[in-house]
Write a protein that binds this ligand. Structure first.
Ligand SMILES: [Fe+2]
Length: 250
């Protein structure tokens, strides 16, 4: 039990310190949780534009999550309007990538992770087309069996489905209190939660209870039981990001 507790890592939103250069601030968080995966909390100030490095499919994948503000993604000749919470996955290094903030600061989660043979094989099989831009309101709603069976009312959405981006998946869970996500364990998934607007609930993982709020980020390693509970005046609202280790030696 003691051992399990120590495995949960939390980034508290109050620890975030902005340091702007040319209208852009980036903070790497939870670097110790999974050294291969870079999690960056970024702010692009209103009216600013920035080009981002792109990586070959032999090297790294990247995901941009726009959690607040508005703006535009330019990928080669394609334009995508950021007019609500949304996710962008570039087409590796095939096109240049420029992000512009509109008349409000653009808040982003930027995730960069290594690509391996498993990722490339799965992506080839499912023929997922990149670049991909997914608005949260367009994400596919589904219900996990354990959620349905437990009577929880939270709405679950798939943003990046299994195999589409190899071992990496992403989804969004939202529910007004009182509500809960029942305890469950993923034997092979490393799991991060990014608490979104208005989040106010208790994350119960590895036998420790943590009150989380908007801007907090948690890391839960594979094989750790976890669930969430939310009081009547609380709010469950988080984005989850997972790395599936099923094909790794763990
Ligand atoms: Fe889970």
């Amino acid at each position: 039990m003691e051992e399990e507790m120590s495995k949960i890592s939390i980034f508290n939103h109050e620890e975030l310190k902005h340091s702007f250069q040319e209208g852009f601030s980036v903070s790497r968080i939870l670097a110790e949780t999974c050294p291969d995966v870079d999690l960056n909390l970024c702010t692009l100030q209103a009216g600013h534009q920035r080009s981002f490095p792109v990586y070959s499919r032999m090297d790294k994948m990247q995901i941009f999550v726009f959690t607040a503000g508005c703006g535009m993604v330019q990928s080669g000749s394609q334009l995508f309007a950021i007019d609500e919470q949304s996710v962008f996955i570039p087409d590796f290094d095939r096109e240049e990538l420029v992000i512009t903030a509109g008349d409000a600061d653009l808040e982003m989660i930027h995730i960069v992770g290594p690509m391996n043979d498993t990722d490339r094989r799965q992506m080839d099989h499912c023929q997922y087309v990149l670049p991909r831009f997914v608005r949260f309101s367009e994400a596919i709603q589904y219900t996990e069996r354990f959620t349905q069976e437990s009577g929880a009312k939270v709405k679950q959405h798939s943003i990046i489905a299994g195999r589409h981006l190899g071992r990496y998946t992403m989804g969004w869970v939202i529910g007004q209190g009182p509500d809960f996500v029942g305890q469950h364990t993923h034997p092979s998934l490393e799991q991060w939660y990014f608490m979104l607007q208005g989040a106010d609930f208790t994350y119960d993982a590895g036998n420790t209870q943590i009150d989380v709020k908007e801007g907090d980020v948690s890391f839960t390693p594979h094989g750790t039981s976890h669930g969430s509970t939310c009081r009547e005046d609380g709010f469950i609202n988080y984005l989850w990001f997972e790395l599936n280790r099923a094909w790794d030696e763990i």
